[in-house]
Every structure is written in C-alpha cells, then in structure tokens.
Design a protein around this ligand. Sequence first.
Ligand SMILES: NC(=O)c1ccc[n+]([C@@H]2O[C@H](COP(=O)([O-])OP(=O)(O)OC[C@H]3O[C@@H](n4cnc5c(N)ncnc54)[C@H](O)[C@@H]3O)[C@@H](O)[C@H]2O)c1
Ligand SMILES: OC[C@H](O)C(O)[C@@H](O)CO
Length: 358
Amino acid sequence: MDPKSASNLSFILNKPHDVAFADRPVPSLQGPHDVLVGVNYTGICGSDVHYWEHGAIGHFVVKDPMVLGHESAGTVVEVGSAVTTLSAGDRIALEPGYPCRRCAPCLGGRYNLCPDMRFAATPPYDGTLTGFWVAPADFCYKLPDNVSLQEGALIEPLAVAVHIVRQAAVTPGQSVVVMGAGPVGLLCAAVARAFGASKVVSVDIVESKLAFAKSFCSTHIYTSQRIAAEDNAANIKREADLEGGADVVIDASGAEPSIQTSLHVVRMGGTYVQGGMGKSDITFPIMAMCLKEVTAKGSFRYGSGDYKLAIDLVAGGKVDVKRLISGTVPFKEAEDAFKKVKEGEVIKMLIAGPNEKL
Ligand SMILES: NC(=O)c1ccc[n+]([C@@H]2O[C@H](COP(=O)([O-])OP(=O)(O)OC[C@H]3O[C@@H](n4cnc5c(N)ncnc54)[C@H](O)[C@@H]3O)[C@@H](O)[C@H]2O)c1
Ligand SMILES: OC[C@H](O)C(O)[C@@H](O)CO
C-alpha cells in the first residue's frame, strides 16, 4: 500500500455521540526505530464505547477531538533506518501503548505502569481507527502465517487476559472462577484453560453469554442471582463441586456484586485478581480477604512478554479467538458497529481499515 495514494481517513470522537470522519495527514516516522503501519482491522473495546457515550473514563477526559480505537492489526509499509526485525509487507499485531522506557516502573520491568504512557485512544492521544499508524518496531509483533490479520486484532484483548491470568499465577490442575463472560472474561477463561486449569467456571448475569462460554472453553457456568454474595458464592461452590472454594478467582466484570461474590468463592489461601474496571469505590468484603489470607492483586493492560504469549496461544491453537468475532464492517460503518457493541448483541466487532476492501 502506498501511503502517498492511500486514504488516511480517521474515525474521530468530537464529543459524546458526536463522531466524524476526517482525512488526516499520513504520520511520519519519528525516529530510526519506528515503523509505519497500514491499519487493516481494529476491534471495538468497551473503553472505546465508553468514550463515545460519555467522553471520559475516570480522569481521562476527551477535551479535543480524538481518534478512537486501540485493538489493531496491520501491515508494515515503511521501516526506519535502524529497524532490523521487520520489513515492508510484514503482517503485525500492534501493541498500542508506548512507555517512556526510563522511569522506575519501566526499568523495573513493569512498563504498563509507566506514568508517562502514551496509550492509543486514551486522551490526549489519538487511537488506531485510521489509515496509517507509526509505532516503535519493538511494539509491533509479526504474525505467524497461520494467524490472520482479523485474529491479529484480537491479540490486544487476549494480551489483557494473559496479563490477568499471569497475575493470578494459574498452574496446572487448579480451579479458576471467572466473573464476567464478556470478551475479557471469555479470554481469561480460555487462557486459564491453556495454562492447565482443570476447572474453569464462568459466571455472568446473561445466560446467552454463559452458553457461549460453555461452548468456548469453560467447564462450568453459573448465572449470578440477585441474592446475597455469600449465597451466590455457596451456589457456585456447590454447582461446580468446589468444596472449600476456588484456587483462583478473577473479576472480569467490574461489577460490585461480582467482586463481593469473588471474595466468598475463593478458597483459604487462594488468589483473587481484579481485572474488571467498574466503579472506582465499592463495598469490599475485606474481612473474608483477611481471614482467608487471600492474595489479592490488580491487573492493568499488559507488559513484557504478554503480546508474544498471546500470539503463541493463537498460533498454537490453544485459544480460538476467531470464534469471538461477531462481524467485520467497512470503515465508513464504524459508528453502526459501536451501536451494536453498546446494544450488547455482539461479542467482538471488527472495523476494516479505510484502505481495506471487504
Ligand atoms: N484491567 C485492564 O487492563 C482492562 C483492560 C480491558 C478491559 N478491562 C475491563 O474488563 C472488564 C471486562 O471487559 P469486557 O470488554 O469483557 O466488558 P463487557 O462489558 O463485555 O463484559 C462484562 C461482563 O460482566 C457481566 N456482568 C455484569 N454484572 C455482573 C455480575 N454481577 N456478575 C457477573 N457478571 C456480571 C456482564 O453481563 C458482561 O458480560 C470491563 O470492566 C473492562 O473495563 C480491564
Ligand atoms: O485494553 C486496554 C484498555 O482498554 C485500556 O487500558 C482502557 O481501558 C483505558 O485506556
């Protein structure tokens, strides 16, 4: 694709529910280690939909028009003079956040915690729903021949799940309960299976999502009821035969009742990981955490090795991300795809890049 003759049409959020398409200048390489990527496919994340609806997530507020999107795969079109690992034509999954590489978290190996992270479609930084994108070469991961560009767009949420399951340190034979069967919860359940968990229980409030989870990877499912958290936890333990509780519980819902249930379903000395992002403050069953000596951890985005492992899991047939793709729309239908995601009819919608023929 020649960037001189191709479109750099971008899908821009002006303010909540006010989006526009604009042909922006094709970006140039900023340094010798950069590559220019033609964006082929981008998945819609819940955070994109949240910005589209509300114009903000916590203290990240869209003040100026911002290009949406951060779950992308593309094709390299130009490489900087110092790039040795990629060449024009390579198909890649795009890691969309660039840390400073100099601060204490970066040097400590946890670059996802960099305070100066420039993350796509997180204000003030533009996202990847555009024709061309410039990235450091080491944040572009070559896709093996048996991984499609559509699957490549799913590597981002899969890397989120890989990071969560690594935080939980899941080992073979363990029991894992995953709260939430949206894309992140489904992928956490699949990664937990791939890590050797023998029992993976998906919990949600929507039965159709659980039916999908069962067909996708979960060994057990449970529809959460509007009852006390302790009672939901007791039901999960009984129905999934988890006497004493689960070794690991992951929240991928962000919902307060689900977080409360999690602390009652985890076993003595078990591990709890918070992956879901809902309300900033909730009522948390801290006594259960204390008395059971639960190891509780957070998980934010992804770090060293997560993208690589996510690609290996797809290439090795361990996680079939294709099954999560509900449909792909042309670039000009981006807003309709956002509406579909908001209505909850779909699992993962992809938007083709502006130069992609469907
Ligand atoms: N930690 C990170 O870096 C990171 C990255 C991406 C997304 N997230 C967060 O992960 C969460 C999941 O993302 P997603 O894209 O799958 O979102 P999603 O909204 O598609 O999925 C959330 C699921 O939780 C279910 N749910 C709601 N209330 C529940 C309850 N009481 N019990 C059980 N399930 C319940 C919903 O029905 C839904 O299926 C979101 O909160 C998102 O913000 C975190
Ligand atoms: O997958 C990455 C997440 O969607 C982002 O961190 C988002 O939630 C905030 O920028």
